[in-house]
Design a protein around this ligand. Sequence first.
Ligand SMILES: [Zn+2]
Length: 154
Amino acid sequence: MGRKKNKGSSTGYTSVPHKEAFQRMNYLFQAALAALCSTPSETGLSRFYVRTMKRISKRLVLRMDPSIKRVLCKSCDSLLVAGVTCTNRLKSARDKHIVVKCLTCGTLKRFLTDNDYVLWSEIPENVAVLGKAPIVPVTDKPESQQVSQQQTTS
Ligand SMILES: [Zn+2]
């Protein structure tokens, strides 16, 4: 009887720090979306769930994925769903960008529409994988020069 112990998975992860907190944040995000879809005119419950999710993230210093972070209003904690709680407008002044306006508080978010732009978290060198050694940047100098420099400095 009892729980099965999770001895690794196909991905090689043995344990994820703050797994319960991430699960709770995931649940709260889905609950906020469900609450907003059931009653689009009443955003109070949805905003409460999002506010709770942001508090957990802030208290435990957990990063939210940019795809989730971009659909939350910074000032009133509304879930930004296009046509329901926000408007999306494409502006071509200066660089082309999308302006997302929260219909609850009027706060604006701007996102550049650059096809070559890659999020910092999507660059493989910036992502740490549990149980693996960090990626060390490759230097151009051969090993013999590096050793000689270390000997001269010490
Ligand atoms: Zn807002």
